[in-house]
Design a protein around this ligand. Structure first.
Ligand code: TUI
Length: 307
């Protein structure tokens, strides 16, 4: 299936893996790229040299294009932005901020830039700044989210910009893929489904929690701090939401979330850690290889889109 996104990124299938902090490391990124999608290393809060090492590992494991996601709240974002250009990475996606100050450097290095945005205004700003495409991410997503749903956001972004739009948030199968294309998207980005991929190195307890999750099992913490984050409901989210309701300040709230994603992903502490996942977790039922996931989605989508 050819779209402007598959052309620009030189990939076989218009499926991009989310740049999830701690989760999207070199094994997962290489597996998605080898399966014909775009694998992405999630730099998250990692130091720049760690990201360089991850990039080199993916290069060893695949000749296919792959990307790096830069979480712009990372204090090392400037250094990571340079590493991406130095290492000849083909694609960068950004999250949780405005990447304008890096755009010139990346363009000069021939890097394709795809900011993740959660509003029409930010999409227009990114297009004016030279972005090659945008990921329009709805609030169904896991992790740091905006406030508009995928269903409402994607068509409005599609109408507002002429660069290609990639839909994200609440997509985990061929139906979500086909629906996204009906809204005008030219690719999808998925996170939650790839968290439970066989090649994903997240702790088994994290995968099991997503596989067991039902439609209503996620919660959004941090509404009061301006950094809303969606994760699977657990002891941490209950405590966080209770403190938020009582008007606790940022310092007190951060005690619960400092290092809490690593705690869940690496240590498997799904009680006190942050188990970031999207609302679509209820649809994700088993561990499959990235090739199986992509193959299944493309077959289902093609059948639906041909109807
Ligand atoms: O970035 C994400 N998802 C993330 S980042 C992350 S790491 C983290 N951990 C704990 C607390 C906070 C973050 C986990 N999940 N998605 C892309 C995304 N970007 N969603 C929303 C945005 C966004 C928000 C504001 C993009 C631009 C933006 O602009 C603000 C401005 O005006 O600068």
């Amino acid at each position: 299936m050819k779209t402007r996104v598959t052309d620009i990124l030189e990939i076989e299938y218009p499926i991009i893996q989310g740049g999830m902090a701690w989760v999207a490391e070199h094994n997962l990124a290489a597996a998605v790229s080898n399966a014909g999608g775009l694998g992405i290393i999630g730099a998250g809060g990692a130091p720049a040299e760690f990201v360089r090492e991850q990039i080199r590992q993916v290069k060893q494991a695949t000749d296919k294009p792959f990307g790096v996601n830069i979480m712009l709240m990372n204090p090392e974002a400037d250094a990571i932005a340079k590493v991406v250009a130095d290492e000849g990475v083909k694609v960068v996606t950004t999250g949780a901020g405005n990447p304008a100050k890096y755009m010139e450097m990346w363009k000069a290095a021939g890097v394709k830039v795809i900011p993740v945005i959660a509003s029409v205004a930010m999409a227009k700003l990114m297009e004016r700044g030279g972005a090659d495409a945008v990921v329009a991410e709805g609030m169904e997503s896991g992790g740091h989210i905006g406030s508009t749903t995928t269903m409402a956001l994607v068509p409005q972004v599609v109408d507002a910009v002429s660069i290609p739009v990639i839909a994200a948030g609440g997509i985990a199968d061929g139906r979500g893929f086909a629906a996204s294309f009906m809204l005008g998207a030219e690719a999808v980005q998925m996170g939650t489904r790839f968290v439970v991929a066989k090649e994903s190195v997240v702790h088994q307890k994290y995968k099991d929690m997503l596989i067991k999750a039902k439609d209503i099992d996620s919660a959004v913490t941090g509404m009061s701090t301006g950094h809303p984050v969606r994760s699977i409901r657990n002891k941490m989210t209950k405590e966080y939401l209770r403190l938020e309701k009582e008007g606790a300040d940022l310092m007190e709230l951060e005690k619960l979330t400092l290092g809490s994603l690593k705690k869940a992903v690496v240590e498997g502490d799904v009680v006190n850690g942050t188990v970031m996942a999207g609302q679509i977790a209820g649809l994700v039922k088993s561990e499959q290889t990235c090739a199986e996931i992509i193959g299944e989605i493309m077959a289902q989508a093609q059948k639906l889109l041909n109807r």
